[in-house]
Ligand binder design. Sequence first.
Ligand code: MLT
Length: 323
Amino acid sequence: MKTLALSLAAALAFALPAQAQSKYPERPITMIVPFAAGGPTDIIARIVSENMSKTLGQQIVVENVAGAGGTTGITRAVTAAPDGYTIAMGHLGTFSAAPATYPGLKYDPINGMQTIGLAGGTPILIVAKKAFAPKDLKEFVTFVKANADKVNEAHAGVGSVSWTTCTLLKGQLGVPKLNSVAYRGTGPALNDLVSGQVDFMCDQIVSVAEQIKAGTIKAYAVASAERSPALPDVPTTKEAGLPEYQIEAWNGIAAPKGLPKDVVDKLVEALDKALNDETVKKRLLDLGTVLPTKEERTPAGFAALIKRDADKLSPVLSAAPKQ
Ligand code: MLT
C-alpha cells in the first residue's frame, strides 16, 4: 500500500508540470494580420481563427498591424514573448519574399520563428479595372509593354504578395517599372480598382473572387496550372498565352521562436480541426482557397514550404526594383 502511495505521489509529481502547461490558453490570443482589413490575409485569418477559438476555448482576436509590405506586423508578432498569446497570419510575401526585399529585416522566417501550419493556398490572378482597355491577357501584355509610363499598378507594399507576384510578371514582360501605387493591403487597393482609380493588380483569389463574379473588375488569368473551381470561367495563364507566368501564393500561421511544445501542439491541433470543419472548408473553398495537405498543416511541412519559396524567389527579388 505504502509503495502504491509512493508511486502515485511520484506519478502526480511528474504530471504536475504537464498539467500546469496544459492550462494554455488562459486568456485571449492575438493574431496579428500584417495588412489592412478586407484583404486576403485578413479574410483567411478571420475564417480560420473563429473556429480555432472554439477548439482552444479562448477567443483569438485579430489585430491588423499594416505597414512595410506586412513586415511591420510580422516583426511585432514574431519578436513578442514566446507564450502563445501572440501569433501571426503571414504569407508568401512576409515569410518567403521579405528577406530578399528588406536587407535589414528584423525577423528570420527560416531560423527565427516557430511555424504552426499552412492555412490555405491562394491562387494569383491578374485583375484589372472594368474599363481597362485590354480585353484579354494577350492584349494586356501588348498594352502594358507599349504604355509602361502610363499604366498604374496597385500593390500592398514592397515584399507583399501582390508586389512580389507583379514583380515576377513585370520581369517576364521586360517592363520592370510601372507607376506603382502602394496600399496598406489589397483590401483598400481593391476598392480603388473597383472605382477605377488604378488600372490593375496581381492579387490572391480570396478577396477578388466575388468582385470578378459580380463583374465589378475583370480577370485576365489565374497563374496556376489549373483553373480555379471558384472561378471556372477564368483561363489559366497557359491557356491565355503567358505560360511562363506561374506562381502559387499561400497564407499560414507563425509565432515567436521558443514556444513551449505543448502550446505549439495545441495551436497545430486547433488549425487542423478548423481546416477539417465543414463550414470553414466551404467558406474557404467558395473563395478559391486551396486546402492544405496534412503535411503542410504541420510546423515542419510549413517551414519547408517557406524555405522552398524563399530559395526560388530570392535571386529574382533581390535584383528587382523596390517600388
Ligand atoms: C492583404 O491581405 O492585403 C494581402 O495579402 C496583401 C498582399 O500581400 O498583397
